[in-house]
Design a protein around this ligand. Structure first.
Ligand SMILES: NC(=O)c1ccc[n+]([C@@H]2O[C@H](COP(=O)([O-])OP(=O)(O)OC[C@H]3O[C@@H](n4cnc5c(N)ncnc54)[C@H](OP(=O)(O)O)[C@@H]3O)[C@@H](O)[C@H]2O)c1
Length: 355
């Protein structure tokens, strides 16, 4: 008997680079979602701080919305404007959006207001997916516990290494491997900026390039001063190493302490400087840091060119493993969000998802 195809209704908070990539990605996979999961992705609401928050109770298929030059024009015409984000999330859930996708700007001081958005969405009965590192770095355990309490999922694959399935690898495959340490290049913008400086650009020109590509944080100091990498290091320490640290426990140093000449000279010597994230167990406590370091010629991290991300894991049962994500763009982040959506949907109806 043919399965009926039902809407999978989504609420999108924040419409920047990632959300703009996610919409056409969902649209391009409509047939896959229908054939494999028997759902069609619908957008029930969309909102940002400056554009306002809109809900359309029936939802609009993601592929129809992706054809609009500006989805806000569609929502302003057909949807209902909400007074504030709290009303947006609670009304969105009540009109049967089952997943809230939180894609607002990183705020590295305490992860707010995204942390509150996620709490409200879980308490309203939605699953939550975020690419925003702030709320995860500051409140991963609290938000996961809240999700469990409400029998919902809180997923955040794309907070670290974009679409590379690193957190899901730990959850599904490397569960009992005993990860004791990692060493990684996790901040794409600083890698790009340093490599452009090596090629003769100034810091400002290099930052401008990263912003043009949509990979720099809204405030580029978050990348250059190691905030972004410290958030990611915290998330990995708490996930891969099963720790319970806060971002303030990650020692952090900016790449802006380096002179352009030092950066170029290190590259000329074959030992380029990169912002390295590290965490390891020392006597049952986690020691974590983000520092610019010269990469030696025999170091596997040296294989990561340009914006490539790389991570090496030291494990108790599988030795040393390294994973590389080649030259990620914003589409990889959108894919990480979509992969979380697929896992949520599959875990609700596991018998439907084997293809
Ligand atoms: N870009 C990437 O490749 C990448 C990779 C991994 C993770 N991430 C993370 O993913 C998230 C989204 O990234 P992005 O590149 O799409 O960011 P972005 O282009 O700066 O867009 C952020 C969006 O969030 C909205 N927003 C900010 N604060 C808000 C608030 N308090 N309430 C409602 N909306 C708010 C902004 O709306 P207004 O314009 O109206 O202010 C904007 O639409 C960030 O947390 C980033 O760290 C991004």
């Amino acid at each position: 008997m043919q399965e009926s195809i039902v809407p999978l209704r989504l609420l999108i908070v924040g419409y920047g680079n990632v959300a703009r990539s996610l919409l056409p990605l969902l649209a391009s996979r409509r047939t896959w979602f229908e054939q494999t999961l028997h759902v069609t992705p619908y957008i029930s609401g969309i909102g940002t701080r400056h554009q306002g928050f809109y809900v359309y109770s029936d939802g609009v298929p993601a592929d129809i919305l992706a054809q609009q030059s500006d989805p806000f024009v569609w929502f302003r015409t057909h949807g209902q404007r909400m007074e504030n984000i709290e009303q947006f999330i609670t009304i969105g859930a009540s009109v049967s959006a089952s997943v809230c996708i939180e894609l607002t700007t990183l705020q590295p001081q305490n992860g707010e207001p995204a942390r509150t958005h996620i709490r409200t969405a879980l308490q309203s009965g939605m699953h939550v997916i975020t690419a925003n590192k702030g709320p995860v770095a500051y409140a991963q355990h609290e938000l996961l516990a809240l999700a469990r309490q409400h029998h919902r999922q809180f997923r955040f694959e794309s907070t670290v290494m974009d679409g590379f399935p690193l957190l899901n690898l730990k959850q599904f495959t490397l569960q009992a491997v005993g990860i004791r340490a990692f060493r990684a290049l996790l901040n794409t913008t600083s890698s790009l900026v340093l490599s452009l400086i090596e090629q003769g650009r100034t810091m400002q020109e290099a930052i401008h390039d990263a912003q043009e590509r949509g990979i720099a944080e809204a405030d580029p100091s978050y990348d250059l001063d190691g905030w972004d990498a410290a958030m990611k290091t915290t998330i990995l320490a708490n996930t891969l190493l099963e720790g319970n640290i806060q971002p303030s426990m990650v020692t952090r140093e900016s790449i802006r302490t380096l002179s352009l000449e030092d950066i170029r000279e290190a590259a000329r010597m074959g030992t380029p400087v990169r912002l390295i994230s590290e965490a390891k167990y020392v006597q049952n406590s986690i020691v974590a840091s983000v520092h610019p370091q010269k990469i030696q010629a025999n170091d596997i991290l040296l294989t990561a060119r340009g914006t490539t991300s790389i991570i090496t894991l030291e494990t108790e049962t599988m030795g040393t493993m390294s994973f590389v994500e080649h030259e990620p763009e914003v589409i990889q982040t959108a894919y990480g969000v979509m992969s979380d959506l697929i896992i949520i949907q599959q875990s609700q109806y596991p018998e439907d998802s084997t293809g």
